[in-house]
Write a protein that binds this ligand. Sequence first.
Ligand code: ADP
Length: 342
Amino acid sequence: MTHTNPAYHLKNIRHYYGSQKVLDIDDLNIKTGSITGLIGSNGSGKSTLLKMLAFALKPAKGQIFYKGREESGFSPTVRLKVTLLTQNPYLLKRSVFENIIYGLKIRKDTNHLEARVKTVLSTVGLDYGSFAHRRWHQLSGGEAQRVALAARLILKPEVLLLDEPIASVDTKSAGLIRKASLKARDDWGTTLVIASHDLQWLYSITENQISIFNGKIFPGGIETIITGPFEKTGDKAFVKKHANGQPLILKAPGPNEENAVIRKKDILIEPSGHDLTKGINRLSGHVAAMHLEKETHHIVATVLVHDLSFVLKLTPDQAGSFGLYPGKNITLGFYPGDVEWF
Ligand code: ADP
């Protein structure tokens, strides 16, 4: 039996900016050759995590294992295997060609440069003849991003980390960035970790998703998170919240716990008007978004109940039988005890 170490294993990672805790990860594995999506609102810690995975930022506490080996010194050797593309990458004030070969020159790997640049430019949908000798400022936002991606692809990285790679690019560039990233995985087994706000795009490229909320990781992808304030109820074992008049009863938090998470598997869906089992929270809202998971063909639906956003996962059969479509009014339910606090 062959055993492949995960590309990354993070253990008990804590990171702070001043007194603010920005990462709090007990345990996270990222499989070698996998394509992982990172989902979270602004400020949740995605960029900080990606910088750590790029060995560009050391955690205040905890351990990072790369392919089974603990990396505490962030050696140049490991840093050369991993490359990070940011939302607005910095291009050198030189030609596209010079930008693309910059990393190779650092690695003193300068054979057949022209042929290699030609190949990576074509991978990102840019013609060598028209682009190789353009200056950095003669590119659109999408072209500049594709040049920056090509500069990383030419290194044949073991890991490619993409931080909001399509946030400021056109639709065509977004498609080409997706295709080129997938090709890296298919050709070289590159592990991909991608943060994006564009969930449709992210679900079309990633095989699994992790979500991040205030530095805390949820490996099963996006989940429903209910934040305070919560009200007391007559019973100490429960707290309460209102979504525009609709009450939600939740099992009470433990000490120092302030946010509630309800897992996708614990949220039930029923057509409006159907009477749900007693004791269950029963809320009506509307489907705000539906995303198709690339691997499983399951549908991840976001349902808005006033200002609360619930996330459900359905099989294609379930989605069909409920006749879901964005905008449809539905009733969902969950038991007050099926809540975890953090
Ligand atoms: P995201 O990528 O999800 O938007 P970040 O990792 O950039 O989140 O930021 C997480 C938190 O850390 C935010 O509250 C942000 O303001 C803070 N932060 C990020 N970088 C720094 C920094 N260099 N110094 C101080 N605070 C920072």
